[in-house]
Design a binder for this molecule. Structure first.
Ligand code: OKP
Ligand code: ZN
Length: 343
């Protein structure tokens, strides 16, 4: 299968994040995408092509225009304030505060548009966000035009970003934009299968009231794991969307036996839905050596994931999400793809 990749992700570098009481270097490193890129060449997965330039009209159907308009302004405004380093929020509107105001002050606006301090901005961040969005849409276009599959090597990732907020290293929700692209271009039903270790709260929120996009998530139990405040089993959708959101929260320490059982159950529900196209939010932070995660999948398990997804028999778009064991991320992510190809 073809991969879509942009070197413009590299400008999103040296960003800081808040974790366990400390400001630390971001885990979402440029080398993540480079290790995957190099592994694709090594195994000869297929051509690696550059993204086309898309406008944000599809994105504006799944994320608020004022939020999308805000993103490119953040770092220029940060610099106007005489600051350098990482632009990061430090106050958030929770229960008892106003969720409807966007303060004039940049720090307030950053808090309004985010749910954590995982989304820092540096000089190249907006350009990387836009390139990641373009990568997803270019790969979606390949699938729309008849490729049985394509791989969007997105960075930054997207599944924590919701209709009007960022968080968890995610700004534009690449998988959600791709799903909307397929809908606009004739697909009646789309399934998003999110296998990242973390619950894709943004994707869930965006499609929660819709019956045309099924969202299936397999992830660390939010009682134990980030993002803590969404991803529980009883969240099954609302209104028209009732029954079209499916969560599989799994406890720390889950290995292939437990994880693959959830995947097989999810695939059954996906097949019952009968989508025209499948989007896989492909995180490989389920790996046993991932530095911020607690599942126990092994390198040999990733091709088995690809083979199970292949057996669904639908056009499939893989969209890269997380994975932080940088030395292993290439082998594991590409392992899913070669497993899908039957190699
Ligand atoms: C993004 B994706 C670790 C802090 C967690 C946020 C994790 C975001 C993951 N103790 N910080 O889903 O891979
Ligand atoms: Zn993750």
């Amino acid at each position: 299968m073809k991969t879509v990749f942009s070197p413009r992700h590299r400008g999103h570098a040296n960003q800081l994040e808040l974790m366990a009481g400390a400001i630390v270097p971001g885990f979402e490193l440029p080398s993540r995408a480079e290790f995957i890129h190099d592994r694709i060449l090594e195994v000869g997965l297929g051509d690696i092509v550059a993204p086309k330039d898309f406008d944000l009209s599809i994105a504006e159907r799944v994320q608020a225009k004022d939020f999308l308009d805000f993103l490119p302004t953040v770092y220029p405004r940060w610099k106007e304030l005489g600051r350098e380093g990482t632009a990061l929020a430090y106050t958030w509107p929770t229960r008892g505060l106003r969720g409807d105001v966007v303060p004039e002050c940049l720090d307030g606006a950053l808090g309004h548009y985010s749910f954590d301090a995982g989304c820092g901005f540096v000089e190249g961040t907006w350009d990387a966000i836009k390139s990641s969005h373009d990568v997803a849409l270019t790969a979606a276009e390949l699938v729309k035009e008849g490729a049985g599959s394509a791989y969007a090597l997105c960075r930054p990732p997207g599944h924590h970003a919701g209709s009007n907020f960022m968080g968890g290293y995610c700004y534009i929700n690449n998988a959600a934009v791709a799903a909307e692209y397929f809908r606009v271009n004739g697909a009646k039903r789309v399934s998003i299968l999110d296998v990242d270790y973390h619950h894709g709260n943004g994707t869930q929120e965006i499609f929660y009231s819709r019956s045309d996009v099924q969202v299936i998530n397999i992830h660390g139990d939010p009682n134990q794991e980030y993002p803590y405040f969404l991803g529980y089993k009883e969240e099954t959708g609302a209104g028209e969307g009732e029954g079209f959101n499916i969560n599989y929260p799994l406890r720390w320490g889950t290995d292939w036996a437990g994880w693959s059982q959830a995947l097989k159950d999810g695939i059954q529900k996906l097949e019952a839905f009968g989508p025209d196209v499948v989007i896989v939010s492909l995180g490989v932070d389920t790996f046993e050596k991932d530095p911020i995660s607690q599942f126990k999948l092994k390198t040999e398990d990733y091709p088995k994931i690809g083979a199970l997804i292949k057996a669904i028999g639908k056009p499939t778009l893989f969209v890269q999400e997380g994975g932080y064991a940088v030395a292993d991320i290439g082998v594991n992510a590409v392992g899913v793809l070669t497993g899908f190809e039957g190699a």
